[in-house]
Design a protein around this ligand. Structure first.
Ligand SMILES: Cc1ncc(COP(=O)(O)O)c(C=O)c1O
Length: 367
């Protein structure tokens, strides 16, 4: 008996494999594999989450009104055009399910976030990768890859796992060339970490074009990954579509309360940002001095090429010392590893582990 068949495309999906979180025999490994905020959530957000537990028997506000109002006030945006989701992942899936289907193409850059091909295939559409230049989205290649079958483009800006970003001028150029029937999703998961004058998450493009959506997450600088909370700023017609297809109570109440409290805790935000600003250059410098190629990053992680060593050997060695970093095979970058900016102790532990790796390998070479 064959049993029921899933929809076309579903069995072509490679399930997403998240960063490792455990090391056998080590109680508290340094977790530098999932781009989380190492300082943890705002205590005020955690308190709000716990407080909401007293009302677990109540359905949440299906319209996420208080959260949308808080985001709107925080960002200077119309709450009516904000749609919240169970992580931005849910919003990617809802957008793709609404705007792409069988026979359609969904573009993303060669080393783009791996959630995009998953949502494309789930919708029955074909994910198409576009080559990058120097580990950065190539706008000309992207424009050239648009065909009459292209329905959507996903761009993480900054991009995970490369850490590179696209400037305002580059996205302007893309939008001028893009047919308005093609939906551009700008995934701004790491936007809060970026300090570049030629960068913006891009809300003004949502106001100017009918085919641009910007997504955000509470999983990164706001440190609420476990609560699963994301939001999209949309043109009115797209917000209307998302509000039709999303589940009536797609975001849970404790997560919404935590999100509202996290937005209000500007001090925790500033401390988190300052931590990243201090330790990303520190790690970059240490790894460069050890002889590795560190790709320029504007986010809370670094992509590092460990040539001439085998990246997997480095990863397993530092894992044996209790430090978890992310392998990059599935992103087509087998010589690289991605390292999240952790706490000071975690980063020092990592550098010591890499030095021990080098010492072991170099002394072996001399034998
Ligand atoms: C580029 C990018 N977008 C989105 C996400 C996921 O966000 P969320 O936790 O809101 O689903 C991640 C998480 O790693 C990411 O790297």
């Amino acid at each position: 008996m064959a049993g029921p068949l899933p929809q076309p495309g579903i069995l072509d999906i490679s399930p997403y494999v998240g960063g490792e979180s455990k090391v056998p025999g080590i109680d508290k490994p340094a977790r530098l594999a999932s781009n989380e905020n190492p300082l943890g959530p705002s205590p005020r957000a955690a308190e709000a989450y716990v407080k909401a537990a007293a009302e677990l028997h109540r359905y949440p506000d299906g319209g996420a009104t208080a959260l949308r109002n808080a985001i709107g006030a925080h960002q200077g945006l119309d709450p009516a055009r904000i749609v919240c989701g169970t992580g931005s992942d849910e919003l990617f899936a809802l957008l793709t399910g609404s705007y792409a289907g069988e026979g359609d193409e969904v573009l993303y850059s060669a080393h783009g976030f791996l959630a995009y091909p998953i949502v494309a295939r789930s919708a029955g559409a074909t994910p198409v990768t576009v080559p990058e230049k120097n580990l950065k989205t190539d706008i000309d290649a992207l424009i050239a890859a648009v065909t009459p079958r292209t329905r959507m483009i996903f761009l993480a800006n900054p991009n995970n796992p490369t850490g590179s970003y696209l400037s305002i001028g580059e996205i302007d150029r893309l939008l001028k060339a893009l047919p308005e029937t093609v939906l551009l999703v700008l995934d701004a998961a790491y936007a809060e970490y970026v300090d570049r004058e030629d960068y913006t998450a891009g809300h003004h493009w949502v106001d100017a074009y009918p085919n641009v959506v910007v997504t955000h997450t509470f999983s990164k600088i706001y440190a609420l990954g476990s609560a699963r909370l994301g939001w999209a700023y949309c043109p009115p017609a797209i917000a209307d579509v998302l509000n039709r297809v999303r589940q009536p109570f797609n975001v849970n109440a404790p997560a919404m309360e935590a999100g509202i409290a996290a937005l209000a805790d500007t001090e925790h935000f500033a401390v988190s940002k300052a931590h990243n600003d201090r330790w990303r250059p520190w790690l970059e410098e240490r790894l460069t001095k050890l002889g590795f190629t560190v790709h320029p990053s504007v986010a809370n992680f670094l992509l590092v090429s460990f040539l001439p060593y085998t990246a997997e050997d480095v990863r397993l060695f530092v894992k044996s010392k209790g430090v978890l970093i992310r392998q990059m095979h599935s992103y087509g970058l087998p010589d690289c590893l991605r390292i999240t900016i952790g706490t000071e102790d975690e980063l020092k532990q990592l550098v010591a582990a890499i030095e021990a790796f080098l010492f072991q390998n170099e002394s072996r070479d001399f034998k």
